[in-house]
Design a protein around this ligand. Sequence first.
Ligand code: AMP
Ligand code: MG
Length: 475
Amino acid sequence: MKLHNAFATELPWACEAVTPTPLHNARLLHLNRPLLEQLGLGAVDDAKWLACCGNATLLPGMTPVAQVYAGHQFGHFVPQLGDGRAILLGQQQTPDGELWDLHLKGAGKTPFSRFGDGRAVLRSSIREYLASEALHALNIPTTRALVLVGSDEEVLRETVEPGATVLRTAPCHLRFGHIEYFAWSGQSQRIPPLLDYLKRHHYPGIEDNQALFHEVVGRTARLIARWQAAGFVHGVLNTDNMSLLGLTIDYGPFGFIDRYVPDFVCNHTDSVGRYALDQQPAVGYWNLQKLAQALADHLSPDALRQSLDTYQHTLMLEYSELMRRKLGLESWEEDDPTLFRQLFLLLAQDGVDYHLFLRLLARLPLHGDLPPSLAALLPASEAWSNWLSTYRQRLSREGSNDARRAAEMEAINPKYVLRNALAQQVISAAEACDMAPFEQLFEVLRHPFDEQPQAEALATPAPFWYQCTSLSCSS
Ligand code: AMP
Ligand code: MG
């Protein structure tokens, strides 16, 4: 174990020292052992993790701080936000020399808590813990989850709920909002050292700020393309929830779609659908523009513009490549955009389950009857039989092989998805002190592409009445 806090030492003006507040009757609910091992933290025993994440007894070398940042929330600039309920306890230097933040969410008030209580409830902590590991297994860049602690602490949301903490980790938790804070609080001179910190620790090989901004644009575009292909909606894409490393960060009322609903909104306080599934690509660009404005003292307008101009192309390229592979196509043909458009129209019009459809499509043979499971999923309409026959002809033209295509498609179309209904079942059990369903789902989601016969029930779509539910922001 090699704990310290380079952020606090190198950028003391970007954070405030804080101490976590213990939870009442804290108990250890889960440890992500493979990740602890990977970070070189496998030797710390369970009791120490409980003491650290529930009882404010820190590990040697930790120097807890809360970071200050700002952000555009639902389009409006808020000059000061910051870690209101998350504490950067310290950083671990991994066996291969990387720096990883240990960030404890729900650990009590900080100087940036404003009107909040600094707490997180068990419900949202479980959702963040499962979702971050699920996205990681789907090859989507994200913060990760290390430790989950529950308690008898009473936390008031719409009702009283049990408090919890998640120890999350990522190489760094810097956000677009960090740059915005220093740009708009008259401290623009702080931005170069902040960017130097990023380059020094997290962007090896990137030497100047122009190349750094260019890389952030590219990573953001590729991240959002991956969300779109996976049917994932973040829900609160404010600039303070946009990572400068291009990670999925700050899980709130996020959701995976069930049926294909292109304008699905998962956050029920988002009444105009600003952060709907089909708005995410445009919102990513809007957020990058806000970042560019905040960098305007340090980069030329031309440099900023040139990088911003690559966003759309990078996103479309990544998205179309992912969708090509999800449909089992080996290369592009001129008419493919029409094939895709028609598919999306049919999926939306008939409310077909997005994930199940793609997974079952993998086993569609070039010739012969539809597999019964696929036939049962789709309406027996002329439109569908036309689409399927065009698709089969398209596959035949490139000499597609049934067995090889099935294997390739099943390696990119997950069988197991963290649907809201599944998360809710696990949460209800955990609130009744039964963690077995959580543990099963956690393990299953680590291998989302594998057939896991013992977990077949977790692969079925949610009941119709539950599909695509939106959730409240309070967590
Ligand atoms: P979010 O959009 O959930 O990532 O949070 C927006 C801002 O509100 C961040 O600065 C959070 O730290 C802060 N915040 C959210 N919930 C709480 C809470 N319960 N107590 C204190 N601060 C909070
Ligand atoms: Mg946030």
